[in-house]
Write a protein that binds this ligand. Structure first.
Ligand SMILES: [Zn+2]
Ligand SMILES: [Zn+2]
Length: 114
């Protein structure tokens, strides 16, 4: 089956002809959708066997998910404190000490310091 998605919430939009996935920021829920990838077996004249087609779809579906999941790393930052994946809007890169933390954790740290 599919590997675990990078973010807590994700949606699989894939159908018989295309593969596409959405990932959501763990903090604000902002959506990022991976570019849709066509299923190569759809118009393939060489594949007449339905089972073979299904198998091929499954393989490409998994590969497309892995790719989308990898690309999602560029859109969602891991907060090392609360272990959530958050979008750039929810991430404070200025917190260099930790290599960047989410804004929730950043606010908490500031509270503790005062
Ligand atoms: Zn966000
Ligand atoms: Zn955090």
């Amino acid at each position: 089956m599919l590997r675990r998605a990078l973010t807590k919430k994700s949606i699989d939009h894939s159908d018989s002809g295309n593969f596409s996935f959405s990932f959501f920021c763990d903090k604000c829920g902002k959506e990022w959708t991976s570019p849709s990838q066509p299923f190569t077996g759809e118009d393939s004249p060489t594949i007449e066997n339905k089972d073979a087609l299904k198998l091929l779809w499954g393989n490409e579906h998994r590969a497309a998910f892995d790719e989308a999941n990898l690309e999602a790393h560029l859109h969602f930052n891991l907060c090392p404190i609360c272990d959530r994946r958050v979008c750039d809007d929810c991430f404070n890169i200025a917190e260099k000490e930790h290599g960047g933390v989410c804004k929730d954790c950043c606010a908490k740290e500031e509270e503790q310091q005062t």
